[in-house]
Ligand binder design. Structure first.
Ligand code: ATP
Length: 510
């Protein structure tokens, strides 16, 4: 199956099993806004909790907050979002489709990168064990030509954006002969800047009302609370503040399911450090965050770093962790060295000092900040797409199974009575009631056991427990494992421990 069809199946599956619904679907939906259903909400909650515990619980110098979505409007002046939180947009006059100019150019560059990778693969096959990829990439004339082309494009693009030369961004698209994927034509409008913040009015009367914004990132809630937390928590630098919460962006092109939404959730951590030490902390968090992703257990090859060509107005270094989504490698998390830009700017706009007295240096300074910023919804999509499997079984039948890491599974255990009589439901409910105190457990008595197994496989439940007539005599049940489909008889007294050992965060929290 090609990846496009696979992605369609994943989206269909997400709806069918209560992971994700389109927002206000009965009114034909709202573009790029989604709701999490009864199964999805549990998975999302588990991912958020795993991130929170890894950050806040496991690091004695990181604490959490939960700031409001609405903030004083000056916040967004100070952060630069009012003036600079723009995307360059361009329309194709024939298809009337709107694109981000930077994305059109990045996609073009990605195609050249693909060509380089293909050359490398071909050469690796040809030369076998003696192949030296590094040498090949720096000497093969065709690859060198591709690389020079990429460098030239990137340089011209970055210069055009930095000097606000939107005419040249358009010219670059024309020179590269980029065509609209829908109409196939190169009939483009001029490039315009578009601010991504949603605004609304606060206050009851027209005169008294002021324009406020829905936050486009959670980070600013942390910056404006920097001193509150530092003082009341008696935090010593280096220390971090973490937060998970909603953010809103009026994205120009909202496609690819929950990858790019207009309302989404971020999990961010701002780490405040002594000026001059940001490089080492940046390296530290880059590595730590990749480890976190790898701890989910998907192949390491599904993740890679990507260095930003054009840095945001506040950053002195930036890497993305990209994930191999069904539509290719795309950003999952950003790690940014934000310098002292935000705190300094808030000092300027608020007139309040946002400084730290460093007892070791015996001096005051505005700390530097290294930020890790991950999308919760994108992580959800990464977990869902990496764990989705369509399997052909030995007996010729098929099943869809989600090999979700056990500790993230929305439902941990399902309990079934084999038949709906003879005291089996009562026994099964007894087990259900015992386990539900610690875990999300489902109880099901409809349909054949086979069908019940399939339904649980489809939502990624690691364990199914079946109570049969023997159970009433020997106090044992059949425990069935999701991934291997193996079944074994175990004593009811051991169930809690078996489940706990498998789904506990203990093994992964490091
Ligand atoms: P992109 O380049 O894809 O627009 P970004 O670089 O603007 O993303 P950041 O501002 O670094 O994103 O935000 C941090 C994280 O928040 C991203 O890595 C991503 O996981 C998540 N995120 C950003 N925008 C969206 C969105 N529209 N929908 C879902 N998640 C998002």
């Amino acid at each position: 199956m090609n990846r496009e069809d696979l992605f369609k199946n994943i989206i269909g599956h997400a709806k069918e099993y209560g992971f994700i619904f389109q927002s206000s679907e009965i009114y034909d939906g709202l573009s790029a806004v989604y709701d999490y259903g009864q199964t999805g909400v549990e998975l999302k909650r588990n991912i958020r909790e795993y991130w929170w515990k890894s950050m806040v619980q496991m690091n004695e110098n990181i604490v959490g907050i939960d700031a409001a979505i609405f903030m004083h409007p000056t916040t967004w002046k100070a952060s630069g979002h009012v003036d600079a939180f723009n995307d360059p947009l361009i329309d194709n006059k024939d298809s009337k489709k709107r694109y981000r100019a930077d994305v059109l150019i990045e996609d073009f560059v990605a195609k050249i990168e693909d060509k380089i990778n293909k050359e490398v693969e071909k050469a690796a096959k040809r030369f076998g064990e003696t192949f030296n990829a590094e040498m090949f990439v720096s000497t093969n004339p065709r690859v060198v030509e591709y690389k020079t082309k990429i460098d030239t494009i990137k340089k011209r693009f970055v210069t055009a954006l930095e000097t606000d030369n939107l005419a040249d961004v358009k010219q670059l698209i024309i020179d590269l002969e980029i065509a609209c994927p829908i109409s196939g034509t190169r009939n483009w409008t001029d490039v315009r800047q578009f601010n991504l913040m949603f605004s609304t009015e606060m206050g009851s009367t027209a005169e008294g009302a002021s324009t406020i914004y829905l936050r486009p990132e959670t980070a600013q809630g942390i910056f404006v609370n920097f001193l509150n937390v530092q003082k009341t928590g008696r935090m010593k630098i280096p220390f971090g503040i973490a937060q998970a919460g909603k953010a809103f962006r009026n994205e120009i092109v909202a496609r690819q399911f929950i990858f790019r939404m207009r309302e989404f959730e971020q999990m961010e951590m701002q780490f405040f450090v002594r000026p001059g030490t940001q490089k080492e902390w940046f390296a530290h968090w880059k590595e730590r965050r990749m480890k976190w992703h790898n701890s989910l257990g998907f192949p390491d090859t599904m993740y890679r770093f990507h260095e930003h060509a054009k840095l945001a107005h506040y950053a002195d270094a930036a890497f993305d962790i990209e994930f191999d989504f069904p539509f290719g490698f795309k950003e999952l998390e950003g790690i940014h060295s934000r310098t002292d830009f935000d705190l300094k700017s808030h000092e300027k706009f608020s007139g309040k000092k946002l400084q730290y007295f460093d007892p070791e240096l015996n001096e005051n300074y505005v700390p530097y900040v290294v930020e890790t910023s991950i999308g919760l919804d994108r992580t959800f999509l990464a977990v869902l797409s990496a764990s989705y499997k369509e399997e052909k079984l030995e007996d010729g039948s098929e099943r869809v199974v989600l090999n979700i890491p056990d500790f993230l599974a929305p439902v941990k255990v399902a309990v079934f009575p084999l038949l709906n009589k003879d005291g089996l439901p009562e026994k099964a409910r007894e087990i259900f009631d015992k386990l539900k105190i610690d875990h999300v457990v489902r109880y099901e008595e409809k349909d054949t056991i086979g069908k019940r197994y399939r339904r649980q496989d489809a939502i990624g439940t690691p364990f199914c427990i079946t109570v049969d007539h023997d159970t009433l005599n020997d106090n044992q049940v059949t425990l069935r494992y999701r991934d291997t489909m193996k079944q074994e008889r175990v004593s009811i007294d051991n169930l809690a421990k078996i489940v706990e050992d498998k789904v506990s965060l203990r093994k992964v929290l490091v």
